[in-house]
Design a protein around this ligand. Structure first.
Ligand SMILES: Cc1ncc(COP(=O)(O)O)c(C=O)c1O
Length: 469
């Protein structure tokens, strides 16, 4: 079936869109891998071209400024030893302060509501140590059924830690039959239905699998209405979509910095604690005492070096930090967040929306031309090899950069074969079981021409899989 394309599909149009892009120079700030380095055994022409890097939702690209900044840390360590804490160009002692303001801006918080520390799952547990305080009446945790596995393990283990059966305590939000994403009204209805038995609502702000952007303000409000704590996993949201955690009144949120925040593999994560909790410095036995797992870096800096045995919480999200931060892991976060400060989330979101609409239009055109209705419903793709269908919501308000493409139909080698064919053509995307190829056009370094190249590679891959006519 051939359909009229919703976007201009010519290569020259893609080149023109790049020429007009006010953010086009940002790509120069990043190292973009070459085809020959990422496609195993690649030989022949085209190896020296940059690959189409669609994996910024998994591991963002390296800012070119990062190696020199890391070399500076090493040089200071060698030259100054312990004095580097105070006399390095970027002193180590206050290093976490250098990333605080930008991190706060990125998530819509005040600086005292954020702290950059640890890794994502560790921070989720630290947050739950304080904010999941179940009782026999109120003990349930609501998450999405397609939550990232680590979140599922974390909430189940927290329930079990408190003596609850995870299969009863964890409520999983499922889409309606035949649908892939959640409707806000269904999320709100589930929260209302379980009501006072819910201790915690903890959902991904942007779902890792479908790319769906949740209505965080409305869901937070609904959780609070039934008396629950509401926390967010923003792994796929931070640096991807504008966030207003303080105004949405979220209790806590955690995110990693290696995806859209381009801070390197396993980079240090971030954490938000709303000021109504972050400002709580009540001691054990005092009214309003808030339990936390404590370490010396969470102690009020004013008394930290008195080295006393009694914990005095810092009057901020810092109270949850445990250890002095690993400097060489923090430096890439600083370098990367400086780029976000210069460019601004508003401009990034504008380009991100434009790219996603463009890419979707190109892919739907390809899908239409190779005999694959763009909105093929699961199971109706008949025996067409490798029909493709977006499962990410179409509306910009319900998604970020990522578009998730479900590969339907039989196809030789199954859905993985299509992903393999794309990889062989120099497209770095990822595959999530059972049948989803995730692609993330990232406005900082991807181009409209990347979108066009992807559509061409997809066309060839579908045709070779037998999807063409
Ligand atoms: C939504 C989500 N939650 C949790 C994690 C686990 O992150 P980490 O390994 O940094 O704890 C990931 C990792 O990709 C993720 O995407």
């Amino acid at each position: 079936m051939s359909t009229t394309p919703t976007v201009n599909t010519s290569e020259s149009h893609a080149i023109e869109l790049d020429r007009l892009d006010p953010l086009r120079s940002c790509r120069e700030l990043f190292s973009v891998p070459l085809v020959r380095d990422v496609v195993e055994g690649f030989s022949g022409p085209g190896g020296d071209a940059a690959c189409v890097y669609w994996c910024g939702n998994s591991l963002g690209l390296m800012p070119k400024a990062t190696p020199a900044a890391l070399a500076e840390d090493l040089e200071a360590w060698g030259r100054l030893g312990v004095e580097g804490h105070f006399h390095a160009k970027h002193p180590w002692f206050p290093a976490h302060e250098f990333v605080r303001d930008t991190a706060a801006r990125l998530v819509g918080a005040s600086p005292h509501e954020v702290v950059v520390m640890n890794s994502l799952t560790a921070n989720l547990h630290l947050m739950m140590a304080s904010f999941y305080r179940p009782t026999s009446e109120r003990f349930k945790i609501v998450i999405e059924d397609t939550a990232f596995p680590s979140d599922s393990y974390a909430v189940a283990s927290q329930a079990a830690l408190h003596g609850f059966d995870p299969s009863v305590a964890v409520v999983r939000l499922k889409p309606r039959a035949g649908e892939e994403t959640l409707l806000t009204e269904d999320v709100l209805a589930t929260i209302a239905e379980h009501g006072k038995s819910i201790a915690l609502v903890m959902i991904g702000g942007v779902n890792y699998f479908t790319g769906q952007l949740m209505e965080m303000g409305r869901i937070t409000e609904a959780g609070h209405r039934v008396g629950a704590i509401v926390g967010w996993d923003l792994a796929h949201a931070a640096g991807n979509v504008p966030l207003s955690l303080h105004d949405w009144d979220a209790d806590f949120a955690c995110w990693c910095s290696y995806k859209y925040l381009n801070s390197g593999p396993g980079a240090i994560a971030g954490c938000f604690v709303h000021e109504r909790h972050a400002r709580n410095t009540a001691g054990f036995g005092e009214a309003g005492f808030l339990p936390r797992l404590a370490g010396w870096w969470g102690n009020d800096p004013a008394t930290r070096f008195k080295m006393g045995p009694d914990f005095v919480p810092a009057p901020s999200a810092d109270a949850w930090s445990l250890s002095n931060p690993p400097i060489m892991a923090l430096t890439p976060v600083r370098v990367s967040l400086e780029i976000f400060d210069r460019v601004g989330m508003g401009a990034l979101r504008t380009k991100s929306e434009q790219m996603a609409v463009y890419l979707r239009g190109l892919v739907e055109d390809v899908a239409g031309q190779v005999g694959n209705p763009p909105h093929a419903v699961a199971g109706q793709a008949g025996n067409l090899p490798h029909a493709v269908q977006f499962i990410t919501p179409r509306e910009p308000s319900a998604r970020g950069c990522q578009l998730s493409i479900a590969v339907r139909g039989g196809g030789v080698g199954g859905p993985r074969a299509l992903h393999k064919a794309l990889s062989a053509a120099g497209v770095v995307s990822d595959f999530r079981e059972p049948n989803v190829v995730r692609v993330a056009p990232v406005p900082l370094y991807n181009t409209f021409h990347d979108c066009w190249r992807f559509a061409s590679a997809l066309r060839r891959a579908l045709e070779t899989s037998g999807g063409g006519r």
